[in-house]
Every structure is written in structure tokens, then in C-alpha cells.
Design a protein around this ligand. Structure first.
Ligand SMILES: [Zn+2]
Length: 285
């Protein structure tokens, strides 16, 4: 059945406000001809959201799914790393993680499903490639089949003012945040190898993240105390063809009958089979 699943899968991501710590690459320089003004509402430009924050958000969701299935997940940090607090690493090991790479028996082994997907131990490449999301304020130029999104870049200025009464709210510093507003689009993931447990884990993790979208731990990027990073997400049915994927984002059109049928087939036939493979793989570790 995995042969019916393309290596390329898409996650729909919708959020009102996204602030990513690793910064957003924008095309403001050539778009604005040198006249870019941060606070001009007309100046809506596009850019690229790097995959780092997205990847960490997804990984955390996947770890939770593994743990809820009574498995343990690879710890994301090296055991010999200098953790800022003593005991953090050991505390994590008691709370659903195993030491990174401890799941590898011999050189041919793929390790646990998290290590297999994300790699990173002794230069192992992960089997899921996480791409950046290119976004544009011009809807007609967004190609969802290439993992793009509608959205616009804003620079948010925050004045941090003094709380001392005698200072009369004197500004202490000005913080600038890169943000994307009203994002709606596709995150493109590619499996280097498609295994049934990978697809099931992705589906369950995206479902988990959607259900826990307001939990502080499962919001995306920064500015979480201010409502940033609350993400509606869902896995676009991997059985859809390109024109069907595009239709998902067409507000004027609903699902075709064929899409409805594919949704049913996915829910009733494919997903349960893949979930069985996931259950076996999780118990394995
Ligand atoms: Zn592991």
C-alpha cells in the first residue's frame, strides 16, 4: 500500500501570526526598490520561512505520539552536551525519552522511528526532508503543489518601556520581530524512503498538533505569549492528485465526489494499515 503514497506529502498550515526565531528571509530589497518602510501597510511582501522551527514543532508532536503509544523517543540532544541545568537530561530520560542513538543495535539498524525520520546521530541523514515554506501576499502566484503559502511579512516593533513611575514610560529599547501574518498554505515534506509507519506517525502527529494548538508547548515559533504560533494544521490526503491538492485551497470550490471517496478510502483502509505498522515499530524499541 505504501507504493500508492507519493514520496512528497503536504501539510496544510494556517495561522494568523507566526514569529520564527531563526528569522524570515524576505524579498523586500528588490521588491521595494530600496524604499521599504516597515510600518507601511501597503508594503506587503513575501519571503521564506526556514524549516528549523517547523521541524522542531513536528518532531515534538511525533515524540508525543510515540510516548502516548507507550514508546520512548530518541532524545534530541547529545548525551554529552553541556545541559544548562544538571539533571535535565536524566529527567527527560525518565519522561518518555531514551538516550539519543541508544535504539541502534548494530550498523544496519535504523533505530527507533524518530531517529529513522530525523537522523542526526553519527551523521545519519533523516528519512524525511523538511523544506522551507515560500510565502507570497499575492494569492495567484502561490503554487501549493510546490509547498508554498499565501501570507505576508510584517516587521513588528515592540517598545519596551520603563516601569518606574518617575521615568514616565521612557522607552528602554526597541525590539523588532520578523513575523508572517495570515499564513495559509502547504508545508512540503519528502520521504527519502516511504515506510508505512512514517506516514502513520506523520498523520497522527499533525492531528495531535492540531488538537493541542493552543498548548504553549505545541505552538510554533516565538511570540507565544502574545498569541503567535497557534496553528491549524492537517495532513492533505496523500491519495490526492495535484489538481485535487490545489482545489483544497480554492475557497470557491468544495471537494469533488472523487476527493470524498479518497478521504473515505484513506480513513478506512490506508491509515489503519499504516497505524498497525507504527504500533509494531513503537513496541520494537
Ligand atoms: Zn531512538
Amino acid at each position: 500500500m505504501t507504493e500508492d503514497i507519493d514520496r512528497d506529502v503536504f501539510v496544510r498550515i494556517q495561522t494568523d501570526l507566526l514569529v520564527v526565531g531563526d528569522s524570515i528571509m524576505t524579498d523586500r530589497h528588490h521588491a521595494s526598490n530600496g524604499n521599504y518602510e516597515d510600518n507601511d501597510p501597503q508594503n506587503q511582501i513575501g519571503g521564506i520561512i526556514p524549516a528549523f522551527s517547523l521541524s522542531g514543532w513536528l518532531r515534538h508532536g511525533m515524540e508525543k505520539v510515540v510516548q502516548e503509544r507507550d514508546g520512548t523517543a530518541c532524545h534530541p540532544g547529545e548525551p554529552n552536551a553541556n545541559f544548562r541545568k544538571d539533571g535535565v537530561y536524566n529527567r527527560d530520560l525518565d519522561a518518555g525519552y531514551h538516550e539519543k542513538g541508544a535504539c541502534l543495535d548494530d550498523d544496519d539498524d535504523d533505530g527507533c522511528v524518530i531517529l529513522d525520520l530525523f537522523g542526526g546521530f553519527e551523521n545519519r541523514p533523516g528519512k524525511v526532508m523538511r523544506r522551507p515554506i515560500q510565502f507570497s501576499p499575492v494569492r495567484s502566484s502561490v503554487d501549493y503543489t510546490r509547498g508554498q503559502a499565501e501570507g505576508h511579512y510584517r516587521r513588528i516593533n515592540r517598545n519596551v518601556v520603563s516601569r518606574n513611575e518617575e521615568d514616565n514610560r521612557e522607552p528602554l529599547r526597541n525590539a523588532e520581530l520578523d513575523a508572517v501574518g495570515n499564513l495559509d498554505g502547504c508545508w512540503h515534506l519528502s520521504f527519502r524512503e516511504t515506510k508505512p509507519e512514517f506516514v502513520a506517525l506523520l498523520a497522527e502527529a499533525i492531528d495531535f498538533l492540531d488538537k493541542h494548538q493552543t498548548d504553549f508547548m505545541h505552538q510554533l515559533g516565538g511570540a507565544r505569549n502574545f498569541g503567535g504560533g497557534i496553528v491549524d494544521c492537517n495532513l492533505v490526503n496523500p491519495l490526492y492528485e495535484e489538481h485535487e491538492l490545489r482545489r483544497v485551497f480554492d475557497r470557491g470550490k468544495g471537494k469533488t465526489q472523487k476527493m470524498e471517496e479518497k478521504d473515505e478510502t484513506w480513513e478506512e483502509k490506508y491509515l489503519p494499515t499504516f497505524q498497525e505498522a507504527l504500533a509494531e515499530r513503537v513496541i520494537d524499541v
